[in-house]
Design a protein around this ligand. Structure first.
Ligand code: GLU
Ligand code: MG
Length: 450
């Protein structure tokens, strides 16, 4: 690592004035402090002060004091930049960016630090000889400039057409250039299915890097949009009825350099990979409370939208909540992974991935049994066929979601009592806010938050 003072001088010499130190709150909303770049040596040692209450900010910037551990306005924590993740922002020439760690004022671990929660799960998996690789697909809707909060699409399709993207050609070019400049490896980009929707998928990496990159990707996309007179919505839903923005989370699990999810397109993965997949399925309702936590998240999970609505897995089935992607002779065994469709931008990426790792590796450890894959859309089945097969729908209300989260000792333990308490308090605050509003008002209020 370059010595911080030298790094600060180098950055300043190339026009960087400030460092954006960013983290994501319990609503998946990126928050940040900007500090002068010359302060980098000090920042690395002691960070900047922020209120201890960020864990109890709800989606609407209301602070809920309903969690006992954070029930007064008194308290401060330190936000410390992770210098390994420091990136000069290609689209914002005066700024560099780094993910932030939150620590207590004495430098000890702060139980509400979401990044630390993911680090703990990665370390736990490593202790069991396992390595996880992860990557997100990022869907968003591109809108024309603000005119009173309404979202007016910037491209008119057709879905998956290069012609759709011509309407936002300069923006797309900037995205590719800025992603490369910001060290974000892209798998591919396309016009997605929904109106004026675009998707960028990020290549897989270690989990903490994947979550850091997911945050940096948002910053990159927002900046490129602004530079081209556009704006983007990452919200789980941009309209009450239409296609949502899914942030599908791909993971694979490895031991000694071998991908345990490698397997057969018909029979599925080998025993360890099957255990990982079964573990994910077993805890899916609780995992979903972290990966798709907001009120619009719940409304996104409808059959027929490729978003996942029922607890099941399938081989390359885009209606299965867990889509198993096998390797092939062409793609190689390393390609194999499982895609979690129940994930969106309102999830804190660190917590989402921590929950996935905990559930999957627990299933692998106890040899959880994997049932037969579902290869059709369970939403088209009769109620009777679903119940005979034991197919259950994911929680559909905030109350069901909370019960699922609190009902899983394994997923509760991922957060620990303090963060769990704050997380639940925030969800309740959001749910109470939404209960007094129409679905349209709820969707509208989430459009520009993430
Ligand atoms: N937009 C869909 C969702 O809400 C996903 C479409 C796809 O990528 O298959 O998850
Ligand atoms: Mg997609």
């Amino acid at each position: 690592m370059t010595e911080p003072a030298a790094l600060a001088r180098d950055l300043a010499a190339t026009g960087i004035s400030g460092l954006v130190i960013s983290w994501a709150d319990n609503n998946g909303i990126p928050r940040a402090r900007i500090a002068p770049i010359g302060n980098l040596p000090e920042l690395v040692e002691r960070g900047v002060g922020i209120t201890s209450l960020f864990a109890v900010f709800d989606t609407h910037d209301v602070i809920t004091f309903a969690h006992a551990g954070l029930s007064t306005p008194s308290g401060d924590v330190r936000l410390i930049p992770v210098v390994d993740g420091l990136t000069r922002l290609a689209g914002q020439p005066a700024l560099a960016w780094a993910p932030g760690r939150q620590v207590a004022i004495d430098g000890s671990a702060w139980p509400y630090d979401q990044r630390g929660v993911l680090e703990a799960q990665v370390a736990r998996a490593a202790g069991a000889g396992l390595e996880i690789r992860a990557g997100w697909e990022i869907e968003f809707v591109v809108g024309l400039p603000d005119d009173g909060g309404e979202l007016r699409g910037a491209h008119r399709g057709p879905a998956y057409s290069p012609h759709a993207l011509l309407a936002i050609d300069e923006f797309v070019a900037a995205l590719l250039t800025d992603f490369a400049g910001n060290g974000l490896p892209v798998n591919q980009l396309h016009a997605e299915f929904g109106p004026s929707q675009v998707e960028v998928s990020l290549a897989a990496s270690d989990p903490v890097t994947a979550a850091d990159r997911q945050l940096l990707a948002r910053q990159t996309i927002h900046a490129a949009a602004r530079a081209h007179g556009l704006r983007v919505s990452f919200a789980p839903l941009v309209g009450v009825g239409g296609a949502g923005n899914g942030w599908h989370l791909h993971t694979s699990v490895w031991r000694d350099g071998a991908n345990l999810l490698a397997g057969d397109p018909v029979r599925g993965p080998g025993p360890d990979g099957a255990g990982y997949l079964a573990g994910l399925q077993r805890d899916l309702p609780a995992v979903a409370a972290l990966t798709a936590p907001s009120v619009p998240s719940l409304a996104r999970l409808r059959p027929g939208m490729f978003a996942g609505a029922y607890v099941c897995w399938g081989v390359e089935n885009r209606e299965a909540t867990l889509r198993y992607v096998p390797g092939s002779p062409l793609l190689g065994a390393d390609h194999a992974n499982v895609e979690l469709k129940v994930c969106d931008a309102s999830a804190n990426p660190y917590l989402a991935l921590a929950a996935v790792i905990a559930a999957g590796t627990a299933g692998l450890a106890d040899g959880a049994a994997l049932d037969e894959p579902i290869q059709s859309d369970p939403g088209t089945w009769s109620e009777q066929d679903r119940s005979e097969r034991g197919l259950v729908r994911l929680p559909g209300t905030p109350a069901e979601q909370e019960a699922a989260l609190l009902g899983s000792d394994r997923i509760r333990a991922v957060l620990g009592d303090d963060l769990l308490g704050a997380f639940v308090a925030v969800r309740r605050s959001d749910a109470a806010w939404a209960a007094e509003r129409t679905p349209e008002e709820v969707v509208a209020a989430h459009l520009w938050r993430h």
